[in-house]
Every structure is written in structure tokens, then in C-alpha cells.
Design a protein around this ligand. Structure first.
Ligand code: GLU
Length: 503
């Protein structure tokens, strides 16, 4: 490994919203950079103009910002190796492609799309469905290796469309040590002559990726496993240019919860959990749900993602970004696919909700409910029901009777406990409350105990009745704290309305 300062990049293509697997790739790059005092940058790989989706780049940047995965260099941020959007670097690539042709590492190919289709079709008819442009077949195609030099020159001068293809060496073993997978070895006879430069004047992903990683001084390429098959070819390209080869780490796939196949963008809404960090609407108006809009805290989402493929080797499960920056190592990233676990994801959110101060939760609750209650009051609501909630929106549901006076009561939930003497009992308890000036929880609890002792009744026989009248619910947090929160007048009114519903 070279001694140069660590520089890593996240290089998404703006072909749609960023899948959570992509966010994890960005996160691991970011953590690796932080851990090694390196630099993390973003580069947008948009050389395939046919797959460009408007809004995707903005989505990617917004998602990473929401997660707190902040680059030091990138589009809209700047840096000394910019521009960081490949389409803005377009003029830089052609000379590199030409250099490879000059050095006999690449060649011009003039075959039209129709001609290529015809060759493929003919091969298929002969029982070879996977025809490739490679070391063998290239010699029967229309390119600068088969055509006379003057014809090649004339075609180029004429402006005939052409691509530049990599001239894959024959029967050579490419070996490299992946930081996660160990030694990988591929024979070049299994690789095809990939297009490096297209007829539209744009480089392909392969060329642009290598040129930019070199120019941006990337030391470690950390990316998804789906790029592993391209790595040998990338290594040959570095060598063809005579450049240092960066270190590679190919991250394990994210798998569906049942372990059956790769987690795809359609799985989320089908299986009932988000697959994207933020909401995304397709051009056709289809919606993909995001973690942010579902109500997840970015810290919980990031903590969950960190564990999809990595573990700290201890029992600690909750990690702030700072702690992840300290603890993360590539050595502890596994090779095996990481199964996504929707319940565990909710568990993380629940933990983070519990660890968030009532004061902060109250502000969120105010935002989503527009409640007229003071922030101080809302803090108490959060305090009382946050243990029963996963999201802030659950607090509004779980504590709805703290925010609003129940409009309807469902007698079914109490009918089993509601004995004949219940109305009389509750009327008497109301009389006790009416005489109280001290409406603090502790005092009311003492009074309640006195009341049931006098009647020789158990808590379980009386408290649910009172809870039902005040909250309309069968379970919930401490009834005396609820009573204190609502105050005497509201409690007395609710007892009256509740009693009317009980029959
Ligand atoms: N643009 C590629 C992608 O969308 C990047 C692959 C790489 O990191 O080399 O995944």
C-alpha cells in the first residue's frame, strides 16, 4: 500500500434515487476516510446520457446531507480536483483514449449497431447466445486492427462514427488482493473488449472512472460487489496507462430479509419498509417511500446501515457517527451478503427516540401536529408516551388523548370490566376529585389508594374504569400523571362524557 494520504470517493450515477445500498457505500467510504484522516469526495458519474434522470443528482446530495455523510470535495462544494461531475469534464477524456490507441492498448471500431446485432443473432443461431467482442472475434470485425491504416484514417477524417475499444490481452491472469475478499484472479480470455469511448464523444463509465480516480488521486476504491467483475479490467487499464493501481474493497450485497436475492428498489414498498433514504417520485408519478418521510431519525438510519455488513466485534449496537468514525475498519466488513432486517431497523429508531430529549421531541411533535399546546406541555406528552412510540408521529397517536379531548368512546374496550356498580363507583371517585385542590400526581395517587382501600377493591378493578373515562383507552402511562397533566376541570368534564358513553 502506498504511503500517500488516504483519498476515497463515492461515485454514484444519477440514474434514479439513491438506494440504501448506495448510502451504505457512501457511509463506509466516509467512515474509512475519517478513520484514516483522509479525504472523502463525491463524484457524479453521468457519462451515460441515456440513463440520466433529472433530479437524481440533487436527490443524492440531499440524501447524503440528511445522513450527515458530508464530503470535503464534490459538486457544489468544490475542491482542487474538480469539476466533480463527469459531464463537465468531457473534454478531458478523449486524449486518454487516444493515448491507449497509440500505445496499442486500444483500437478504433467502426461496426454499426446493426452490424453488431447481426453478428450476435448469427452466433445465437449457431448455439452461442453470449457472443462477445473479444480477443478472438475482433479479428473478424470492422476495426483498426483489421482494416488497412489508410482506410481507418479516411473513415476518421470522414467523420464516420466509431468507438474506442480496449484491446484485451490474450490469456493473461489478472490477480489482485481485495481488502474484503482476499485474492481474486481472472483470466483475460474471459473478458471482452469493452468500449472505452463512445461515438457520442463521451467516455464510458470504465474509462472515465479510471481516469478520474487517477486524476483525483484516489487511494482506495470502496464500492459495491456488483463492480467486482469489472475490477480486473480496471486494473489492466491502470497498467495500460502506467499508473499506480488503487486498493480495492468490494462491499457485500444487501439481501432481502429472507436472504433470497438482492434487495431491489421494488422490495421496499412491497415488503412494507423503505429502501430509499428520502421519498422519490418517478416521472410517471409512482412513489417510493423514504426513511426520512417515514419518520426515521437520520442517526438511527445511519447506525442501522453501518451494521449491514460491518460489526464492531463487541456487543455495542448503538453508535453515533463520531463513534462509528472511531470504530470502523474495513477488516471487520464481511464477505457474505448482509440481510436487511426491518424489525431491527425499527428497533434502532426506537432506541434513538428514547434517547432524544423531551425538549427536542416536543418541537418535532409541534411541527407535525400543529398543536396549540405550549412546548412545555408537549414535553410532558413526549415524556409520558415516548416509551410506547417508535416515531414522533406515534407519540401523537399514542398520546392523542393528551393532545385532544376524546370525541368518541369505544365501550367495547372496557365492557368486560365495567360492572353494574361502575357508574356509581366512578361518580363517587369524581366527588373525591371535585374536592381536591392539589392535583399533583403523587397526591392523587395517595387519594386513589385511600378510595379503593375504603371500598375494599383492588387497583385492577377500579383504575381501568377511570382510565377509560379520561383517555378512552384500555392502557397507557401513569393515570395520575395524566390527570395532573390534564388538570382538574378537564378530568371532571371527561368523567361526565365518559360516563355517558358507558352503557
Ligand atoms: N458509477 C458507478 C455506480 O454507479 C460507480 C462504481 C464505482 O464506484 O467504481 O455505482
Amino acid at each position: 500500500m502506498s504511503e500517500s494520504k488516504v483519498r476515497v470517493r463515492f461515485a454514484p450515477s444519477p440514474t434514479g434515487p439513491l438506494h440504501m445500498g448506495g448510502v451504505r457505500t457512501a457511509l463506509y467510504n466516509y467512515l474509512f476516510a475519517k478513520k484514516n484522516n483522509g479525504t472523502f469526495l463525491i463524484r457524479i458519474e453521468d457519462t451515460d446520457q441515456t440513463r440520466f434522470v433529472p433530479g437524481a443528482q440533487e436527490y443524492i446530495m440531499e440524501a447524503l446531507t440528511w445522513c450527515g455523510i458530508l464530503p470535503t470535495e464534490g459538486p457544489g462544494i468544490g475542491g482542487e480536483y474538480g469539476p466533480y461531475v463527469q459531464s463537465e469534464r468531457k473534454p478531458m477524456y478523449r486524449p486518454y483514449a487516444e493515448e491507449l490507441v497509440e500505445n496499442d492498448k486500444a483500437y478504433y471500431a467502426f461496426d454499426t449497431a446493426e452490424e453488431l446485432d447481426a453478428v450476435r443473432e448469427a452466433a445465437k443461431q449457431m448455439g452461442m447466445p453470449n457472443w462477445q467482442y473479444n480477443t478472438v472475434t475482433r479479428m473478424s470485425m470492422k476495426n483498426s486492427l483489421t482494416l488497412p491504416a489508410d482506410e481507418v484514417k479516411r473513415k476518421i477524417e470522414n467523420g464516420d462514427p466509431y468507438v474506442i475499444r480496449m484491446k484485451m490481452p490474450r490469456n493473461q491472469d489478472v490477480r489482485f488482493e481485495d481488502m474484503i475478499r482476499g485474492w481474486v484472479s481472472v483470466n483475460t480470455n474471459n473478458l471482452d473488449d469493452k468500449v472505452l469511448f463512445k461515438s457520442d464523444g463521451m467516455p464510458t463509465y470504465h474509462l472515465a472512472n479510471i481516469v478520474d480516480d487517477h486524476l483525483m488521486k484516489i487511494t482506495h476504491v470502496i464500492r459495491g460487489e456488483e463492480w467486482l467483475p469489472s475490477a480486473p479490467m480496471h486494473i489492466l487499464l491502470y497498467e495500460a496507462f502506467g499508473w499506480d493501481v488503487p486498493n480495492f474493497a468490494h462491499l457485500p450485497l444487501l439481501l432481502r430479509p429472507d436472504g433470497n436475492g438482492k434487495l431491489s428498489k421494488r422490495d421496499g414498498d412491497r415488503l412494507g419498509f423503505p429502501v430509499f433514504p428520502l421519498d422519490w417520485y418517478t416521472a410517471e408519478g409512482e412513489k417510493y417511500t423514504g426513511y426520512r418521510e417515514e419518520g426515521y431519525f437520520p442517526e438511527a438510519f445511519v447506525n442501522m446501515l453501518a451494521f449491514l455488513g460491518w460489526n464492531p466485534g463487541t456487543n455495542q449496537e448503538l453508535f453515533s457517527m463520531k463513534e462509528l468514525e472511531e470504530a470502523f475498519t474495513i477488516e471487520r466488513v464481511g464477505k457474505a451478503g448482509a440481510k436487511f432486517d426491518a424489525d431491527k431497523t425499527k428497533w434502532y429508531q426506537q432506541q434513538y427516540l428514547r434517547h432524544t430529549s423531551d425538549e427536542e421531541l416536543a418541537k418535532e411533535l409541534k411541527n407535525i401536529t400543529n398543536s396549540h399546546l405550549s412546548l412545555e406541555k408537549l414535553e410532558t406528552v413526549c415524556h409520558l408516551v415516548k416509551d410506547r412510540a417508535t416515531f414522533v408521529k406515534d407519540i401523537a397517536v399514542e398520546g392523542s388523548y393528551l393532545l385532544y379531548t376524546p370525541e368518541e368512546y369505544d365501550f367495547n374496550i372496557i365492557s368486560k370490566k365495567w360492572k353494574e356498580d361502575a357508574p356509581q363507583l366512578m361518580t363517587e371517585w369524581k366527588a373525591v376529585l371535585e374536592n381536591e385542590t392539589d392535583f399533583t400526581a403523587a397526591h392523587l395517587e395517595a387519594k386513589f389508594k385511600e378510595f379503593i382501600t375504603e371500598k375494599s377493591l383492588g387497583i385492577g378493578q377500579v383504575l381501568p374504569l377511570y382510565r377509560y373515562l379520561i383517555t378512552g383507552a384500555a392502557a397507557g402511562p401513569n393515570m395520575f400523571e395524566i390527570s395532573e397533566f390534564l388538570g382538574k376541570e378537564e378530568c371532571l368534564n371527561r368523567i361526565d362524557s365518559g360516563l355517558k358513553s358507558a352503557h
